[in-house]
Ligand binder design. Structure first.
Ligand code: KG4
Ligand code: ZN
Length: 346
């Protein structure tokens, strides 16, 4: 008589690196069992950006109720959880500490491992939550509020940085440009909506920084400055906002598409994954789709709700780390790394 095969561990994921508290339950073989998210957008809106101390306090308020929520959704008890994965960095120090303290305290109390996860690895692996999921290896374009990076991903914890922004991240450029046009926080999605109503050709002259540079790096601060200059030209008024937003978005998309395709050529990869908040941008999706079809490569996105910060990607990344025997914390001690290069997270 053969013994029943032990099932894969049930992993609780905890994300609290910035302005979203996200929890989720994931098990290899079964996939995502539950997820819950609290967005702090309304809390920070009055300030025009994320206020770190308010973010930390709000994570404290919501993390417990969100845990109860995912346990109820999956119809499991806390005692059924086998490991807790948490975002250990990069991000806001206070916000990270809330999630790390919660995850590691709970893990110590339950006598189960706590698995520190790199936030960007979560984004990088989030397309694996989708069906169909990309097989390794692939090129990943990570476009979030804090990072713009091209990575060659051969497996979990096995990636090479191909290029990155030398100044502003793409999401940051969206947010700052939105602020210039008087749009409320968070600016990226609002600017994108405004751009959809505009005519990009009215601002076709906006720069495409580093478009043809031989490396795979990006630069967006010059574009942001060009937008600021455009708003100061005589006669510029609100009637031109949509056109300028469209022109800005077209310039960012041109650069992201060109560099992603150059990374495909350089690595010989046949799969491209777009991850991070800017991956929700419809214009980027449309243009990247055309380029991928022309190049004959497969293009993967996480579904929209997993493009921005969430607990599901952290639970998944933690489960994958556990599966390959990566070290976990079992002594209740923990630390966070507000600045943490992804290549140092092997
Ligand atoms: O990945 P994410 O949720 O958080 C970070 O880890 O940074 O990304 C947030 C970024 C913000 O800069 C936001 O403005 C941008 O993603 N974003 C967008 C869109 N949705 C979110 N940018 C352009 N178009 C969108 N539709
Ligand atoms: Zn993120």
């Amino acid at each position: 008589m053969s013994l029943p095969r032990p099932s894969a561990p049930l992993v609780l994921g905890v994300e609290s690196s910035c302005d979203e508290t996200g929890l989720a339950l994931y098990r290899h073989g079964q996939g995502l069992l539950a997820e819950a998210l609290h967005s702090q957008i309304r809390l920070h809106q009055a300030y025009g950006g994320v206020v770190p101390e308010l973010a930390s306090r709000d994570h404290v308020r919501h993390i417990g109720p969100l845990l109860r929520d995912v346990l109820a959704q999956a119809d499991v008890h806390l005692a059924d959880v086998d490991a807790i994965a948490y975002t250990a960095g990069p991000g806001l120090a206070g916000a990270l500490l809330v999630g790390a303290g919660f995850a590691c305290g709970l893990a110590a109390a339950l006598g189960i491992p706590a698995v520190p996860v790199h936030h960007l690895e979560g984004h990088l692996l989030s397309p694996l939550l989708a069906d169909p999921a990309p097989a390794f290896p692939f090129v990943a374009l990570l476009v979030s509020g804090g990072h713009t990076q091209l990575m060659h991903v051969r497996g979990v914890g096995d990636h090479t940085l191909l290029g990155e922004s030398v100044d502003d991240a793409a999401g940051e450029a969206f947010d700052k440009t939105a602020k210039l046009l008087g749009l409320p926080y968070p600016g990226g999605p609002t600017l994108a909506r405004l751009a959809d109503a505009g005519d990009a050709s009215a601002y076709a002259g906006l720069p495409r920084p580093m478009l043809t540079s031989p490396d795979l790096d990006f630069s967006f601060s010059g574009l942001k400055t060009a937008v600021a200059t455009a708003t100061r030209t005589p006669g510029f008024d609100a009637s031109r906002h949509a056109d300028l937003a469209a022109g800005f978005q077209a310039a960012v998309v041109d650069v992201l598409v060109a560099k992603a395709m150059a990374a495909i050529t350089r690595t010989g990869a046949t799969r491209l994954v777009i991850a991070g908040g800017v991956g929700a941008n419809a214009a980027l999706r449309a243009r990247m789709g055309d380029a991928a079809r022309a190049a004959g490569i497969a293009l993967f996105y996480p579904p929209l709700r997993w493009c921005t910060d969430n607990g599901a990607m952290i639970a998944l990344a933690g489960a994958m780390r556990l599966a390959r025997g990566a070290p976990a914390d079992t002594d209740g001690a923990f630390g966070v790394r507000p600045r943490w290069p992804l290549d140092a997270a092997a």
